[in-house]
Design a protein around this ligand. Structure first.
Ligand code: 26W
Length: 872
């Protein structure tokens, strides 16, 4: 390894510096008459050659074969499906690159205000099918590859998911990017290019979750463009000195380099192809100079490993706050590189920095990027010579903060000593923000010390901690939750004092949405075709104006239409059964009701309630006479989802599900009426198979705990009915589709606190309070599903404090399951409900959500890409 020792930089104040100047984004020169000058060579020759990529079938096959020959260095006789996928991807990518370039040039020319979505997670799933749909090239590629001896479905199936996210928050970011491009908004994403995405989940024969790495980049990733010329240096550790004028000098420590990788985000039926910029960390020099100078050779070499480590792995945590130095470094590395890049782009326009809020809006996806607030303060004060007040006014007009959870254990807090060690200058700035903020609070509420302690950005304790949600709220122009109920809870619980202090107008709601392109057209093509045929409008129209689905309502009364609708659901069930057969070797009956719960494993989501309900059903079936059983409609229950690797109780729930499944699926008394499957390694692609096959899906969180949920929207859009609690977006879904089409149960949010109080101060024995549940728990504890003692800690969560209120909701849950059974008996009525549900889901398009952000927060407008000018 070689290294150049740059003695000049030692001891100098440092900033996130650009490594190499980029050439992207420059505009043509314009002379006095307004004529643009072509930068080099013969303009006509250039423009003729630049006309884009042809889209007819012969051109598609030509481009595909060209890539086989020249990019992959293969030929017809050694091309397998994976190679064919790569050739198809490269060929489709050519189209994306042309559009991407035109989009960026369009923005550079028009210079609109832009929005940036900072998210530590982007759960993109597969890209090829989506790119084909958005480009309108699906049929051309289907025909083209067929002529070359391949099936498009087999090719699409070769793609690995890009799984750079844990769950809902990451998938939401992906849906928003799709909608941003589809509505032609100047919206970029910024994230990290993890070498390993969310772990691969394996299930051992005993039912234990095992984690394996997800080396998703192994076969190279055709969807990213390395931008080796777009790099920034990011500093960690070192010392920060305060100068008398309030400025600081941060120097020493370790520097790493952020390298950009660009992922093209095509819009549906638009030319707009926005950018998702993901950062990779690299060591600045082969080794760390400071350690080397201090005589620590091993340390010097190790630092090259630590630089790489920053973007090596996505933290597989969800809803658990934890302190880890590497995670903090990820957050700073990403926000510092993103801000440096945003500011560099802004400065290219030659505008003064105080105009930043007129051209830039930055959305913080949860608190993970909150360090961007002190980082922008640092840049403005230490590097741009702004005074505090002016800097703060710029900062608080640039940022917007979305909260995604009110669960206390998921609210990020960072130990003060850790921040002081890793980011000494930022800690000073955070303390200054806190000081000025608390002084203002003190002026409004003199002598209210408790209030000051509650609102402080710093939580007292050993150690002191920085409350990131407070910092995000104080430093942002707007704060929003992700569904009506959740936004109300944000305002009345975790940020109540801030609402009192700053006024309610800063706090609002944007209910989440999902992209109907992936979550209806791609995952359920037959249903999409039926809708197009029935509405008699092009799918390009209704997929962009989802309210048009209302046109399906009258068809609920049309028997022939219902028959087609039901037949599609049936074929989707068969597709799922085929998947289970080929991946797990298990035979699923398809003449049953399909009941699905798929999401991260968490106590608040109450998969445990579901599995205990399944056991209850099993015990009930066991007690029935053959005559009684004849009346029972068979049910197949599916679970899928990952548990955080260290979340013991969630892993025990998986184990219980797997062991209940092996018992009941082989019990001759019940197997014709009840089947149960835990499908391993839940992913976006698996969701795309499960969701269209579902009759009923479960969204059964304790009231007030699920901020929104987004899979509930996906199921309903595909004509699956919803069994749920009065929580998150379930409430708004019921408002849209009608409460008679939703199966609600359980206590409401205002009751929750009081019930928890009762559990602690007036406990009632479970046998008395909820005999049905007590009986089920007894059977588990007695070893009916093996491993009696193993489940004790899980059962104890219910027997003891029962924080998530299973014992309070169990009876109404079982009653609701009974109502589902009853409703399903009348297939005609059921299909009517299914049709009306889909028809009324228009509100939940992510196009609506992203336009709400654009209009009421960011103040940005669509900036359509115009056709390139002809050579003159
Ligand atoms: C620090 C660990 C950590 C990581 C991620 C804590 C919390 C998170 C996220 C905020 C968890 C998350 O994904 N929240 C989900 O966000 C979705 C999109 O808004 C909502 O639909 C879900 O209800 C919410 O749980």
């Amino acid at each position: 390894m070689t290294s150049t020792i740059d003695t000049k930089s030692i001891g100098k104040p440092q900033r996130a510096r650009r490594h190499v100047r980029t050439l992207t984004g420059y505009l043509p020169e314009v002379d006095a008459t307004g004529k643009e000058h072509w930068p080099r060579g013969d303009e006509k020759v250039w423009k003729e050659a630049l006309r884009g990529v042809d889209k007819d079938v012969p051109s598609v096959t030509k481009s595909f074969v060209n890539h086989v020959q020249t990019s992959l260095a293969r030929q017809a006789y050694n091309l397998d499906d994976l190679g064919a996928y790569q050739a198809a991807a490269l060929s489709v990518r050519d189209n994306l690159i042309v559009n991407w370039n035109e989009t960026q040039l369009n923005y550079t020319r028009k210079n609109p205000k832009r929005a940036y979505y900072l998210s530590l997670e982007f759960l993109m799933g597969r890209t090829l099918d989506n790119a084909l749909l958005n480009l309108g090239l699906k049929e051309e590629y289907r025909d083209g590859v067929k002529k070359l001896g391949f099936s498009i479905e087999d090719i699409l199936d070769k793609e690995r998911d890009a799984a750079l996210g844990n769950g809902g928050l990451g998938r939401l970011a992906a849906c928003y990017l799709d909608s941003g491009s589809s509505t032609e908004l100047p919206l970029w994403g910024y994230g990290l290019r993890y070498k390993y995405g969310i772990f691969q989940q394996l299930i051992s024969p005993e039912g234990n979750q095992l984690e394996a790495p997800d080396p998703w980049l192994e076969n190279q990733n055709p969807w990213e463009l390395p931008r080796l010329d777009v790099t920034y240096e990011v500093r960690f550790y070192g010392q920060s000195e305060r100068l008398a004028n309030g400025r600081g000098i941060w120097q020493g420590g370790q520097e790493v380099v952020a390298v950009a990788y660009d992922v093209m985000i095509p819009g549906y039926g638009t030319k707009t192809t926005n950018n998702l910029r993901l950062w990779e960390s690299r060591p600045k020099r082969g080794f760390d100079l400071n350690s080397f100078n201090a005589g620590n050779y091993e340390g010097a070499v190790e630092s090259s490993n630590t630089a790489d480590a920053i973007t090596s792995v996505l933290y597989p945590n969800d809803h658990t706050s934890f302190g880890k130095e590497l995670r903090l470094k990820q957050q700073y590395f990403w926000t510092a590189a993103s801000l440096a890049d945003i500011i560099r782009r802004f400065k290219q326009q030659g505008k003064p920095m105080n105009q930043l809020p007129d051209y830039v809006a930055i959305q913080l996806n949860d608190t993970h990027p909150t360090l961007a607030i002190p980082e922008l303060m640092r840049i403005l004060i230490d590097e741009e010579d702004f005074g505090w007040d002016q800097a703060w006014s710029i900062v608080t007009n640039v940022f917007f903060y979305t909260n995604h959870t009110v669960l206390p254990e998921a609210l990020e807090k960072w130990p003060v000593p850790l921040i002081e060690h890793v980011l000494p200058r930022h800690l000073q700035i955070i303390y200054d923000i806190n000081l000025f903020f608390l002084q203002a609070v003190e002026r409004k509420y003199p002598n209210d010390r408790e209030r000051l302690a509650r609102m402080s950005l710093i939580e007292e304790g050993f150690p002191k901690q920085v409350r990131m949600a407070h910092l995000a709220a104080v430093g942002s122009r707007k704060v929003n939750g992700v569904a009506e109920l959740h936004s109300d809870l944000v305002k009345t619980t975790i940020l109540k004092d801030f609402v009192d202090f700053e006024g309610v107008s800063k706090f609002s709601n944007v209910t989440n949405g999902i992209t109907p392109r992936r979550w209806l057209d791609q995952c359920n093509p037959e249903l999409s075709d039926l809708i197009t045929k029935t509405l008699k409008v092009e799918k390009t129209v209704w997929l962009k104006d989802l309210a048009k689905l209302k046109g399906l309502i009258p068809f609920a009364e049309d028997a022939a239409f219902r028959k087609e609708w039901a037949a599609i659901k049936q074929r989707n069930k068969e597709r799922l059964a085929h998947y289970v057969q080929t991946t797990l070797g298990l035979t699923v009956r398809t003449d049953a009701m399909f009941d699905v719960q798929i999401k991260r494993l968490h106590e608040y989501k109450r998969q445990t309630l579901n599995i205990l309900g399944v056991i209850h059903r099993y015990l009930t079936l066991k007690a029935m006479t053959p005559e009684e059983k004849k009346k029972v409609n068979p049910r197949v229950v599916f679970f899928a989802g990952k548990a955080a690797p260290a979340y013991y109780i969630a892993k025990l729930t998986i184990r219980l599900i797997v062991n209940v499944a092996s018992k009941i699926n082989t019990d001759p008394d019940t197997k014709d009426y009840l089947q149960l499957y835990f499908l391993p390694d839940y992913s976006v692609s698996l969701a795309e198979v499960l969701i269209p096959a579902s009759d009923i899906s479960q969204h059964i969180s304790t009231a007030g705990t699920e901020a929104s949920g987004t899979s509930n929207m996906k199921f309903c859009l595909n004509g699956g009915l919803l069994l749920g609690t009065v929580d998150g977006a379930n409430i708004e879904i019921a408002e849209e589709v009608g409460e008679s089409n939703v199966f609600f149960f359980g206590h409401l949010t205002p009751a929750v606190e009081d019930l928890r109080y009762q559990h602690i101060y007036h406990p009632v024995p479970l046998e008395e309070k909820c005999p049905g549940l007590a009986r089920v728990i007894e059977q588990v504890a007695a070893g009916l599903f093996g491993d009696a003692e193993i489940y004790e800690p899980l059962l104890n969560t219910i027997r003891q404090t029962d924080y998530y209120l299973l014992s309070d909701d169990f009876d109404s849950y079982i009653a609701a399951l009974g109502m589902v059974d009853e409703a399903y008996q009348d297939q005609d009525e059921w299909v009517k409900k299914s049709i009306k549900t889909t028809a009324n889901m228009g509100k939940f398009s992510s196009d609506r959500a992203i336009l709400e952000y654009a209009e009421s927060f960011w103040n940005i407008e669509p900036s359509p890409v115009e056709a390139p000018k002809k050579a003159t």
